[in-house]
Every structure is written in structure tokens, then in C-alpha cells.
Write a protein that binds this ligand. Structure first.
Ligand SMILES: NC(=O)c1ccc[n+]([C@@H]2O[C@H](COP(=O)([O-])OP(=O)(O)OC[C@H]3O[C@@H](n4cnc5c(N)ncnc54)[C@H](OP(=O)(O)O)[C@@H]3O)[C@@H](O)[C@H]2O)c1
Length: 269
């Protein structure tokens, strides 16, 4: 599907809004892009950096495009929806990336049957290596979901899930990068503890993480099988793994995901 068929408006020019704009600009042929941010200086920056137009406000943005992407913080979602609700029609497609904000809350102020898709991206989207989970609202059809997937493909992989899975998705891939960063940091410090220089340790750890993830992805083999391949009897790897099991790494990740999922439910209300 060619995105150039659409005029796409992005509300919120922060980290995620900019990543989406950058990705859309790269797609060939690129769609017409409109963007609005509360801060005048951010609007000027966006205009200088990207081929897009800045309307006079959020309402003019909605009137000037078919697809509207809400990329503001969850705390300002309700006031932004109050501003634009009466401008949104069934011919629009509304996409929201606000973490934890359910479709029903976004749909509440709408006057018409507006198709809505809720999206949970993650920070590797900043380098097009993200994964975005998408869930349709009450009036979103398969075609709307396909359009939304085409848009979020500019940030990496996409997957369609039922909205009931969104809190679990948030715990796994939304919060996930932070867990991986912590693991990288811990391995890095441990490597420095062994006596390796920090630059060498960083290279060894990061490439090991990337290569291992890529191997799981491309081989399609179970991680346990791949783990067994590097675990020789009485060798170094089994000695290291035994320590990780003794220190309950599995339990720690299990508890972390349960806790993040619970928190996501609480925040969603
Ligand atoms: N970053 C992530 O890892 C991640 C992952 C998944 C989902 N998300 C979701 O993505 C959304 C954006 O996150 P972010 O990290 O990009 O936040 P951010 O950097 O704070 O960007 C939000 C932008 O929206 C602007 N804004 C505030 N009120 C506005 C209004 N009324 N109209 C237009 N723009 C307005 C903000 O301006 P001011 O700075 O002036 O307030 C800011 O530039 C959030 O809802 C978050 O939950 C983020």
C-alpha cells in the first residue's frame, strides 16, 4: 500500500513523533505530512528539519489530513482529544501511541464512529528496529489495521494483537528495551570486573547480544537448543549458567514482567 495516497498528521513532535516523521519521510514516495507540537520552538525545528507543513493548530491539522497520529504523553491525551474530537469523522483513521490509554477512553469524546487503532511501539523505533503492537478500536476494520501496519512498518516490525493483550505487550516489548539495557550494563560491568577494558567489553557484549538475538530469529530454533550447542559437559558455559540459575534469573524476569503488566493495568484504569 502506498502511503503517498494519504495526508498524515502527527500531533506531538517529541521522541516518538520525530521517529515517525523521519520514517515517513524515508518511505518512497513519501506521504504529505502535517505536524503540530505545543512548543513553538519544536514546531520551527520540525519545519526546518523535515519536508512537512505546520498548520495553525491541532484542529486545522485534523481537517487537513486523513490519518491522525497522537504522539503526546498519556497525561495530555484527554485535553488533546477534547480539542480535536468534533473534527474527527468516519473518513479519518486515528492512531494513538499513548502508553496505557485504552481505546474506550479515546473513543469516549468522539461524536462519530471514528476508526481508531491503538499502537504500542518501543524505543528501538528510533533506529527503525522497533516492534509495534497494534490493536483496533470499535470501528477499525481489517483495512484500517493494514493501513496502520504500513505506517508503523517505517519504525520496524509490526504485529496485530487483541486490545486485551496490550498490558502484556507493554510489559514485554514496551518496557523490554530497559530490561535489555540493564542486562547489557550488568554484563559490561562484570566484564570490566574480570579485567577487560570498557571499550572492548562493550564491543564483546553488544555484538554477543545482537548476534544471539539474530541467531534465534533467523534459525527459528528454540533458545534452549541454541544454549545447549554452546554448553559442553563440565565446561565454562555450564559453570556460568549454573550461577545464573542459582541467582534466580528466570524468577527475576518472571516477576519483572508480572509487575510491569500489573502496573500497566493500573495506569490504564
Ligand atoms: N518513548 C517510548 O519508549 C515510548 C514507547 C511506547 C509508547 N510511547 C508513547 O509515545 C508517546 C510520546 O512519547 P515521547 O517519548 O515521544 O514523549 P515526548 O518526547 O514528551 O513527546 C511528546 C510531545 O508532545 C508535545 N505536546 C504536549 N502537549 C501537546 C499538545 N496539546 N498538542 C501537540 N503537542 C503536544 C510535547 O510538547 P512539550 O514538550 O512542550 O510538552 C512533546 O514535544 C507517549 O504517549 C508515550 O506513552 C513512548
Amino acid at each position: 500500500m502506498e502511503l503517498s495516497r494519504f495526508r498524515i498528521g502527527i500531533i506531538g513532535g517529541g521522541n516518538m513523533g520525530r521517529a515517525i516523521i523521519k520514517g515517513l519521510c524515508r518511505s518512497q514516495p513519501a506521504p504529505a505530512i502535517l505536524a503540530w507540537d505545543a512548543l513553538e520552538s519544536t514546531r520551527r525545528q520540525l519545519e526546518d528539519e523535515f519536508p512537512l507543513s505546520i498548520p495553525t493548530d491541532n484542529q486545522e491539522l485534523v481537517a487537513g489530513c486523513e490519518i491522525v497520529i497522537l504522539a503526546v504523553k498519556p497525561q495530555v491525551i484527554d485535553p488533546v482529544m477534547a480539542e480535536i474530537a468534533d473534527r474527527l469523522t468516519p473518513d479519518h483513521l486515528l492512531l494513538s501511541i499513548a502508553a496505557g490509554v485504552p481505546c474506550r477512553r479515546l473513543e469516549k469524546p468522539l461524536l462519530q464512529e471514528v476508526p481508531l487503532v491503538r499502537v504500542m511501539p518501543n524505543t528501538p523505533a528510533l533506529i527503525n528496529r522497533g516492534i509495534s503492537a497494534l490493536a483496533g478500536g470499535r470501528h477499525a476494520t481489517t483495512a484500517h489495521l493494514e493501513t496502520a501496519e504500513t505506517i508503523f512498518a517505517v519504525l520496524g516490525e509490526t504485529v496485530v494483537v487483541p486490545e486485551s493483550a496490550m498490558d502484556m505487550v507493554t510489559a514485554v516489548s514496551g518496557s523490554g528495551p530497559a530490561y535489555i539495557f540493564l542486562v547489557i550494563e550488568a554484563l559490561l560491568d562484570a566484564a570490566v570486573g574480570l579485567g577487560l577494558g570498557r571499550d572492548l567489553a562493550r564491543k564483546l557484549v553488544v555484538e554477543t547480544m545482537l548476534g544471539s538475538a539474530e541467531l534465534v530469529k533467523t534459525s527459528g530454533r528454540h533458545p534452549m537448543e541454541l544454549k545447549d550447542m554452546v554448553t559442553s559437559p563440565g565446561g565454562t558455559t555450564i559453570a556460568g549458567l549454573a550461577e545464573l540459575e542459582k541467582n534466580n534469573l528466570r524468577h527475576a524476569f518472571n516477576q519483572a514482567l508480572q509487575s510491569a503488566c500489573r502496573r500497566s493495568r493500573e495506569l490504564g484504569g
